[in-house]
Design a protein around this ligand. Structure first.
Ligand SMILES: [Fe+2]
Ligand SMILES: [Fe+2]
Length: 214
């Protein structure tokens, strides 16, 4: 139940200064994370290699549009409306300080393997969901404008995560351990990005791509 003062404050768009500063801090971070996500999706999409490449490339391009044209631009606008400090969004080095650090894609022979990239994206989207859940909680009942948009962005991030998990499931039906569930033809695990998903398989799985030194 909102108090009378809360209702009046909401109707005039007033946000208590310390709360506003907290919201701004979270928005600076969200903005940087959106730019990092856009940067990942847009630059990786051209170098993907593996099953369902075309579909995944298309998804990366669409996700890049969501992250930049919708999410990042709106957050920037809101930061300006709330009287934020431009230094926190215009200084390029600020991009390196985000709550959920940017994951460098693994490049193998000039390509970025689909499974390892999808795992990077999964991590990135899970981080975004955490960021927006946090923002939703902080803005609830104190900043309805930000809260409304944050809920919409959160829904987009959850959709991105769902699509990534579906793609991971699609590519995960094969494996590279040699048990016969892989159809890529590669006998060397390093040449194949896929891990056998079957628990019943008695051939050891290859290590996670992130643990391999090339
Ligand atoms: Fe986003
Ligand atoms: Fe996303």
């Amino acid at each position: 139940m909102k108090t009378f003062t809360q209702k009046i404050n909401e109707s005039v768009g007033y946000i208590e200064p310390t709360v506003k500063n907290l919201i701004l801090d979270k928005l600076y971070n969200a903005y940087r994370e959106e730019i990092a996500a856009w940067y990942y999706y847009i630059s990786v999409s051209e170098f993907l290699c593996g099953p369902s490449r075309k579909d995944i490339e298309e998804f990366y391009e669409d996700a890049a549009k969501d992250e930049f044209e919708d999410h990042a631009k709106w957050i920037l606008e809101r930061i300006a409306q709330l009287g934020g400090n431009p230094s926190f969004v215009t200084v390029f080095s600020a991009l390196s300080s985000i709550a959920h650090p940017y994951v460098n894609p693994i490049v193998v022979d000039g390509n970025i393997m689909i499974q390892s990239s999808l795992e990077d994206c999964k991590q990135m989207e899970m981080g975004a969901i955490e960021t927006y859940k946090d923002l939703e909680e902080i803005t609830r009942n104190v900043d309805p404008v930000t809260n409304r948009k944050v809920k919409a962005i959160l829904a987009d991030e959850e959709e991105h995560l769902q699509e990534i998990e579906d793609f991971l499931c699609d590519v995960g039906i094969h494996g590279s351990c040699g048990c016969g569930c892989c159809d890529c033809g590669d006998t060397d695990a390093r040449d194949c990005e896929l891990k056998c998903p079957s628990d019943s398989c008695d051939v050891p799985n290859i290590p996670d791509m992130h643990d391999i030194e090339f």
